[in-house]
Design a protein around this ligand. Structure first.
Ligand SMILES: [Zn+2]
Ligand SMILES: [Zn+2]
Length: 246
């Protein structure tokens, strides 16, 4: 350990003594465990996704499954991308982590999200060497929030993908769509139809593997709208990955 890293460690330990890390989910003290902001009691409640899963949205299937399968939810989606993966189900502490990141400016939880991303089976091979494209926020929304959480997540996914995996931002959100949460799929799709466009001067290299990144897979409408723009721009090899499915 260098003098500098020893000092950094000491500083961190001293910080933990003054401000013991608090679990974002239950408010309890975090001691030990793999995560810094979720306690050892809450951590097992995180529903990590294992195969087999729907090859469009990544939602796990329980029990015996053979071959490629699409979940009931995705059967009507007609995805403009090839395949989708997700890391966790958006329940319990995982949901709290995403909410902390999105709505409470708790950027420190990215540390734990990165740990959960790296622990997702097959994620490195899936992302290796790809260009990761975060779903953009409308500039007004990004100004309001101060950051785009999908962009920050793309950096975590890029680190998990290893050498050659990088982040690019060719997409722009040109329509400030109202919040989609309460709308059904048909209405969402109509609202999103022209919401995204290729940024000025942005180009697609048809030889590259692109992976769209978003925080959450809900109906898939947002990811599909982004995928359609990339496809129209010539993108041939296109997948999606989200941190959570909810
Ligand atoms: Zn807890
Ligand atoms: Zn699905």
């Amino acid at each position: 350990m260098t003098a500098l890293s020893a000092l950094a460690e000491l500083w961190r330990t001293a910080g933990d003594l003054v401000f013991p890390p608090v679990c974002v989910h239950c408010g309890g003290v975090v001691e030990g465990g793999a995560l810094r902001h979720v306690c050892a009691r809450c951590e097992p409640l995180i529903a990590r996704v294992q195969p087999p899963h729907c090859h469009v949205c990544g939602h796990p299937f329980y029990g015996e499954v053979h071959g490629e399968r699409v979940c009931l939810h995705c059967a009507e989606l007609a995805p403009a991308f090839r395949e989708g993966r997700t890391c966790v189900l958006l329940t319990g502490p995982a949901r709290t982590l995403v909410h902390a990141l999105k709505y409470h400016r708790a950027l420190h939880v990215l540390q734990d999200i990165a740990v959960l991303i790296r622990a997702t089976p097959g994620i490195t091979a899936y992302l290796h060497g790809a260009i990761l494209v975060p779903v953009p926020l409308h500039p007004r929304k990004e100004r309001e929030r101060g950051y785009n959480q999908s962009r920050l997540l793309a950096d975590c996914f890029a680190a998990a993908g290893g050498t050659g995996t990088r982040v690019a931002t060719p997409l722009r959100r040109v329509v400030d769509t109202p919040t989609q949460t309460a709308l059904d799929r048909r209405t969402r799709q109509a609202n999103l139809k022209n919401a995204f466009a290729l940024g000025t001067g942005a180009g697609i290299n048809t030889a590259e593997h692109y992976v769209l990144i978003d925080d959450v897979f809900t109906t898939g409408a947002t990811l599909n709208a982004c995928a359609a723009v990339l496809r129209r721009a010539g993108c041939l090899n296109l997948d999606v990955v989200t941190f959570g499915h909810g």
